[in-house]
Design a protein around this ligand. Structure first.
Ligand code: GLU
Length: 516
């Protein structure tokens, strides 16, 4: 029988979740759903010094906003609880001891000064990256160099120690990555990493491997920054006797800055005026605020749609996907190796596409709410029509309100530069005549006014722009916006009449001409 797919998202609560982290969670989620598997949330907080207050809550809220759901894990529960590593502290030690007993790990008693001295010596000897490894370990104070009685004495007397992995001296460590293929690293490149710290806490490496094993994780899907740790993890699986059930690995490509130079950071986001976090975040220490996609007016669906394509491609032209479609189509084989460039215009484009696709009635719910806040009265039917007319040009919901003021208030003035641009000596006459024609229509719909207008300019031999732009200016006081006929329908015949009259009375071309 095929093993059930079990994947996990294992963030360290050291701050808000970067969009790269959201993408990792998303790919794990899609992979789990596609394969009828389980998706687990595990909090990796073994580095207590770097743990930041509020970060766990932020992570869970952010993923919820994105529509990424877990089957098991922190604050959800499950068969392998607890899912927070600081609550599992007692579990890890026995595995560190098992590694000592099998000769694959050792006690190290070196003080910070001794370690520093070793580093300095190696740098002086022109070793570019000083390591605690199979060669240098023999010059240090540990259970590989000290006599057994001395080790026992130090332990009995309670001297501080760490447990380090005993990395073999000469060996090729191999692993197969689903995205990158075979990776071979020589063991001389791998440090004798600390597994258990002097305070008894495991390091990331030990806790991560132990938990992935105990929680029966079948695939480790994580960011490329963890690729250098993967050979070490392979050694740990082998030394703990878990090679047969070792998960498969998939290391995701980096998210790059728009120019392709380097990893996308918060600073890049600030420079572009774009968030790099899903939700707004207030740094509890500095009170500094970081922008969030949610607060900047992005829809979670648009954000997810944008994010999924940073690294994965469906192999065809389609760009808009629902979560269900993504679940159907996603595969790790279609995730690229090279870094994915962040394109701030693209995320705005996605938001626009989603906004346009939402029914007018849904947009009107929001629109009516904001109008109410501004104490502007409006019936639902009109609100829906305004949303329908404005949504083509809007990127964000808030854009629906910007520039739509003329639907509620007649223009107070007609800017001189616009008058100069579109008004002409015959404009007043044409408009008055047009209004007389409009009076004949009983229903004042988009097509009624548009047909009437077209007939009118044809009979009177008026170039379209010569009448359309002055009409727009009369009705709205500006020259941009949705179709003039949509505006006519929303305003209604009476209001159109009033506005045309008002514009013709107020726009005196001779005064504008003389001010030129
Ligand atoms: N705790 C690690 C992180 O913060 C998890 C890495 C992994 O998935 O193995 O990203």
């Amino acid at each position: 029988m095929k093993k059930q797919v079990r994947v996990r998202f294992a963030p360290s609560p050291t701050g808000p979740l970067h969009i790269g982290g959201v993408r990792t969670a998303l790919y794990n989620y899609l992979f789990a759903k596609k394969n009828n598997g389980k998706f687990i949330l595990r909090i990796e907080d073994t580095d207590q010094e770097r743990t930041v207050a509020g970060a766990e809550e932020y992570i869970t809220n952010a993923l919820k906003w994105c529509g990424i759901e877990f089957d098991e894990g922190y604050k959800i529960g499950g068969e392998y609880a607890p899912y927070k590593q600081s609550e599992r502290k007692s579990i890890y030690r026995q595995y560190a001891m098992q590694l000592i007993d099998s000769g694959n790990a050792y006690y190290a008693f070196d003080s910070a000064e001794e370690l520093d001295e070793m580093r300095k010596k190696l740098i002086a000897a022109k070793v570019p990256t000083p390591q605690y490894n199979s060669v240098t370990r023999m010059t240090m104070r540990n259970s590989c160099t000290l006599p057994a009685e001395e080790v026992k004495r130090l332990l009995d007397e309670g001297h501080p120690y760490v447990i380090r992995l005993k990395v073999p001296r000469k060996e090729d460590v191999r692993l197969k990555d689903i995205i990158r293929g075979w990776i071979v690293v020589h063991s001389s490149q791998i440090d004798d990493k600390v597994l258990l710290k002097s305070d008894g806490m495991p390091t990331y490496h030990l806790a991560n491997i132990v938990d992935d094993h105990l929680m029966k994780i079948t695939h480790v899907i994580r960011g490329e920054e963890w690729l250098p740790s993967a050979p070490l993890h392979v050694l740990l699986y082998r030394f703990l006797g878990w090679e047969d059930t070792m998960p498969e690995f998939a290391h995701l490509p980096l998210l790059l800055r728009p120019d392709g130079n380097g990893k996308l950071s918060k600073r890049d986001g600030d420079q572009m005026g774009m968030p790099v976090f899903p939700l707004e975040w207030k740094n509890p220490e500095t009170n500094e605020m970081a922008m969030g996609y949610r607060e900047s007016g992005y829809f979670p669906e648009a954000f997810i749609n944008f994010l999924v394509l940073l690294g994965w491609n469906p192999g065809h032209e389609k760009e808009i996907f629902t979560m269900q479609e993504l679940i159907q189509e996603f595969s790790l084989e279609r995730v690229g190796k090279s870094g994915a460039r962040f394109d701030p215009n693209k995320v705005k484009w996605f938001n626009q596409q989603y906004l346009k696709s939402y029914p007018d009635s849904m947009l009107a719910d929001y629109f009516l709410l904001t109008l109410k806040e501004k104490k502007i009265e409006c019936i639902r039917e009109k609100a829906e029509k305004i949303c329908g007319a404005m949504k083509e040009r809007a990127f964000f919901l808030s854009d629906l309100l910007v520039d739509s003021g003329y639907f509620f208030f007649p223009p107070k003035e007609y800017p001189t530069e616009l008058i100069k641009k579109v008004w002409h000596t015959e404009a007043n006459g044409y408009l008055e005549k047009l209004m007389t024609t409009f009076e004949k229509i009983n229903t004042f719909t988009v097509s009624d006014t548009e047909n009437m207008f077209n007939e009118f300019i044809k009979i009177n031999n008026i170039p379209k722009g010569k009448l359309l732009s002055p009409l727009r200016l009369s009705l709205t006081g500006i020259l941009t916006g949705p179709s003039v006929f949509e505006i006519c329908e929303i305003l209604g015949k009476e209001e159109v009449r009033r506005r045309i009259k008002n514009a013709c009375n107020s726009i005196n071309l001779s005064t504008h001409k003389s001010s030129q």
